[in-house]
Design a binder for this molecule. Structure first.
Ligand code: ADP
Ligand code: SF4
Length: 692
């Protein structure tokens, strides 16, 4: 297949100051959770994207000084020359495939609480950045920078730029976004200085102008200088000489950087979850930038459709198609478009599990791409697979995320694979969950896998038939994979913080009942101690059906864990808009069909609420009957020639979709890692990376 000429424009080289990008695919700086402590892991993660066709591949935030210390969140550093080698591994990996390497030099200002370095955080005027979420809270307040501090900052940036150049980077950033130090100077409410760096917009922009100048001096004509800037807040402020302060800032700096990298101000709008924002959601904020500068402009918007990308270029919004999440979900996105295989793009679903890994302080993980972060550690390449070691045929029972991922990877390796599912449609839990408000895009997890499975000759798909142990014995596959998922229970939640006591009385439902079409009578209480997306999404769905809904949780917020995925503020907004009452820090103790009794998790004080139906979104248990039935018949298995029976995904350990996909992938990579026709999968060794 060859490239559709409609997409030719995406493959034009574009000049960025003294360097030239080979095409318009630009992996903007994004967190990887890998830090300088995992240099090989990081180099392989970034290098694979260059191999997949991204013309520019950037780092995440790289701190220029110990006064910008984000711990315990992961960040990279370029504090002294000893940091250079770790970065050089990445630039080598990127250059190997003809791409440019960019580095986002970063100072977090009042946003980095310096928990390790214990240096008083720097800020324009001593105003703290006071997060209301525990994960970001701190109790060391920043100090106001004086003229000497500003000089120091400029020197750190210049030193960082010189080291970046020595590490082999082609594009060096000044970062004025997302609450970090140079951005803090731009905001009139936050920057209350009365010197040359505060007050008028020309003064507030002075620090960014000087950072650009010292960076330019440091790199000469060897590297391009990029400015990354958040424009959302400024775009909302009317300007004195232009439509908005954002227009004024861009106008004042127009030709100073070699590249404008434009974005939103907060993680939930910048890295907007698909539940609440569509592809291209930044456009209304950044659409004017290209009209104010002759320099190339890059921006993001969870772009996965080549037609949307072309439209961004042709309509003069962007010069480069920026990608963070789309490049994680499919590092080979550009190459697939180039080869006329755009239908094979594994599109990002916008779930933001990748962001949660940064909040967790671990290397990036992805729901769609189980190889993300595993390129070096596990040797998993997203597009290359070890050939089969035998002619063994495999049966996968259950076609949810785990079973489908397992099947697709085994099939791409060349094994003959059969997938059977009891349900009329493949997709498992996704069949129900993607019908809930905002969750349609997540269907791509099943769609991408099914699309590929249907195109491969070595795959047989059998939906609509539950298999029992006798069926499986009769089919005589060499290896059987049990991917039968999990069931929601009616367990309640004990004061010891684990599930306890099943509430098996009428009018108590689980998500499984709703999946079967039950529509509970109102008033409904949704009791959520799973605390990820499902409880909140079910409450929204019931409100759509005009039920009076109370959402009740043991946590301090609705869908509390969605803080990790940037969804939490948007979930709260949606629940309030839908008229759902939110009760936090409560657990249900009794239900009599007319009222529930809820106890405060700390004080134990009880309250009663009117309630005709109770939906419990709490604990899941593996659907393991089939596995147990097979394992109880070792002689029959041997007679049938079945060498292994293995559980994967939720049938093994219930979890988020990302874990099910990873589990399915791991099986397919590793089940034959030992002997050619082993009777048990061999666990792969755990490979460790070390700082250089
Ligand atoms: P996971 O997230 O681990 O992939 P899911 O619950 O999403 O799990 O999917 C499990 C799938 O397994 C469901 O589609 C279900 O219909 C199917 N399944 C469960 N038991 C059987 C069985 N005995 N035979 C065939 N399919 C089954
Ligand atoms: Fe996209 Fe989700 Fe993967 Fe992040 S984790 S890249 S949002 S699919």
């Amino acid at each position: 297949m060859s490239r559709n000429p409609r997409f030719d424009v995406l493959f034009e080289p574009v000049r960025i100051g003294p360097v030239t990008a080979p095409n318009r695919f630009y992996q903007v700086p994004h967190a990887s959770g890998m830090t300088n402590a995992l240099p090989q892991v990081r180099a392989a993660f970034r290098g694979v994207k260059a191999e997949g066709g991204w013309g520019v591949v950037c780092t995440g935030a790289v701190s220029i000084h110990p006064s910008s210390d984000d711990s315990p969140l992961p960040f990279a550093s370029l504090w002294d020359d000893r940091d250079i080698r770790a970065h050089a591994l990445m630039t080598d990996a990127v250059h190997e495939h003809g791409a440019l390497a960019g580095i986002e030099l970063w100072h977090g200002g009042a946003c980095s609480l310096n928990r390790t370095s214990r240096i008083a955080p720097l800020s324009p005027s001593g105003m703290p950045w006071m997060s209301t979420h525990l994960g970001f809270m701190g109790n060391l307040r920043p100090r106001a920078m004086d003229a000497g501090d500003i000089k120091d900052l400029l020197r750190w940036q210049a030193d960082g730029a010189k080291r970046a150049m020595r590490a082999g980077f082609d594009i060096v950033y000044v970062y004025a976004g997302m609450g970090y130090l140079p951005y803090e100077f731009l905001l009139p409410e936050y920057n209350q200085r009365s010197d040359a760096y505060g007050g008028s917009i020309a003064n507030r922009v002075r620090l960014v102008r000087e950072l650009l100048a010292v960076t330019r001096d440091a790199v000469g004509d060897r590297c391009a200088v990029a400015l990354r800037i958040s424009l959302e807040e400024l775009r909302g402020k009317p300007g004195t000489n232009a439509e908005s302060e954002a227009h004024e800032v861009v106008g004042l700096l127009a030709e100073l950087p070699d590249l404008w990298d434009v974005k939103m101000d907060s993680s939930p709008t910048d890295c907007a979850p698909s539940r609440f924002a569509a592809e291209g959601s930044h456009e209304p904020i950044i659409d004017f930038v290209k009209r104010s500068t002759n320099r190339p402009v890059v921006g993001v918007g969870r772009f996965t459709s080549p037609d949307v990308m072309v439209s961004q270029i042709k309509r003069g919004i962007l010069d480069f198609i920026g990608g963070a999440r789309p490049s994680i979900a499919d590092p080979f996105l550009p190459n697939k478009i180039n080869a006329g295989r755009e239908h094979e793009i594994r599109e990002c679903i916008g779930c933001n599990i990748c962001i949660s890994s940064w909040h967790d302080g671990v290397p990036v993980r992805c729901t769609q791409n189980p190889t993300a972060g595993e390129e070096w550690r596990s040797g998993w390449h997203p597009e290359r697979f070890a050939p089969p070691k035998s002619a063994a045929a495999l049966l996968i029972v259950g076609g949810g995320p785990a079973g489908l991922e397992c099947a697709v990877t085994l099939a791409r390796r060349g094994y003959a694979v059969t997938v059977a599912d009891a349900a009329p449609e493949f997709g498992g839990r996704l069949n129900f969950e993607t019908r809930l408000p905002g969750l349609r895009t997540w269907g791509r997890v099943a769609d991408w896998r099914l699309g590929l499975l249907r195109s491969l000759p070595n795959v047989s798909l059998y939906p609509g038939g539950a298999l029992d142990a006798d069926d499986i014995l009769a089919l005589e596959h060499r290896h059987v994979v049990i991917a039968t998922g999990a069931r929601w229970t009616k367990m309640l939640f004990s004061s010891l913080e684990f599930p306890m006591g099943e509430l098996d009385v009428p009018q108590v439902y689980t998500p499984d009942d709703l999946a079967l079409g039950v529509l509970p009578e109102g008033p409904v209480v949704v009791f959520d101690f799973d605390n990820y997306y499902l409880g909140g999404a079910i409450a929204l769905r019931l409100a759509e059906h005009s039920r009076a809904v109370t959402y009740l949780t043991t946590a301090g917020n609705a869908s509390a864990w969605t803080f990790m995925t940037n969804e939490l503020p948007l979930v709260h907004r949606a629940l309030c808009k839908a008229g759902v009452a939110i009760r936090t820090l409560q657990r249900i103790t009794r239900f009599d069909g007319e009222t529930v009794t809820a106890a405060d998790v700390y004080s134990g004080e009880e309250r009663r609420l009117p309630c005709r139906s109770l939906v419990i979104v709490g604990m899941r248990k593996p659907r393991a009957e089939l596995y147990r039935a097979l394992m109880a018949r070792p002689t029959d298995l041997e007679t049938a020639g079945i060498a292994t029976v293995t559980r994967i995904g939720d049938a093994l350990a219930p979890g988020a979709i990302v874990h099910a996909v990873h589990s399915g992938h791991r099986y397919a990579r590793e089940f034959d890692a030992g002997e050619a026709d082993a009777t048990a999968p061999a666990p792969a060794p755990y490979i460790r990376d070390f700082p250089l």
